[in-house]
Design a protein around this ligand. Sequence first.
Ligand code: UDP
Ligand code: MG
Length: 310
Amino acid sequence: MKIALLLAVYNEQEALPFLWEETQAVLRKLPQEQFEYIFVNDGSTDGTLGWLKQLAQGNPAVKVISLSRNFGKEAALTAGLAEAARADAVIILDADLQDPPSLIPAFLEKYREGYDIVYGQRQNRRQDSFLKRFTARCFYKFYNVIASRPMPENAGDCRLLNRRAIQAVLALPERERFMKGLFNWVGFRTAPVPFTRQPRRAGKTKWNYWQLWNFALEGLTASSTIPLRLWTYFGFAVSGFAFLYAVWVAVQKMVYGNPVSGYASLMVTILFFSGVQLISLGVLGEYLGRIFIEVKQRPLYFIAEKINCD
Ligand code: UDP
Ligand code: MG
């Protein structure tokens, strides 16, 4: 069997030597399988590409795809999957060893049992800060309430896909690729493998909170239209309430002759509903912007260089 290890790398020169050491140590214990590496260099600006080139020299099992600039992990993984489509299965790991290579034999075991997708499920997130854990938890809870297909919590991109699962993911044409959502959406027989996520071995994370927030928005808008439709019901509810309130005000005035109280309640109402309207417009905008990106039909990435690829 031919198994591809897929690694998206962006400025990982510090982490790569550790990654190579540790994965090789694991692969040596699995001589019955034929492995290849697919490194997707996502427009690194440090010595990553040079290091990969050196590694690939005289080592045909190391394939390198170098993108023309930084397109983001989702695009890099898509480029790698296209290359991996000839393998029997692909295993996606992070280059910083946060997904330990010891998962490889565990994934392969499930794969042999006949599962199409095997994903690593984080046991605990003790490595993450409190804020990261809290926000991640909120995201998954909210996602699973509104998404058309709920997603297992704490499953990252780290997973094995067999050939038909790879083909299925590649058949999805969207430009905005929330990979976790896509892996989950295609279905097939799926099994989790619990693991403890390690601290990053070297280098620094490529994500800040603003990027994570935008990533979350991408995931939510890509997987559900409920945020758009919510406003219809909210509108009905508010209109109904306003009608009852109007009746109440009229009765107060005409039957009891009470003066209608003014400025403060007016001000609060106007500000509240202006806010609500802007939010609903903003939600519309989120979807509209994404429709715009989709209709442009731009390629997901450009490849500047390929090494050892067929
Ligand atoms: N990555 C990438 N392109 C990017 C950002 C990240 O290919 O634009 C890769 C990165 O090199 C690493 C993986 O995606 O192999 C996960 O990134 P990181 O460790 O920074 O994310 P975190 O683990 O902090 O969520
Ligand atoms: Mg990481």
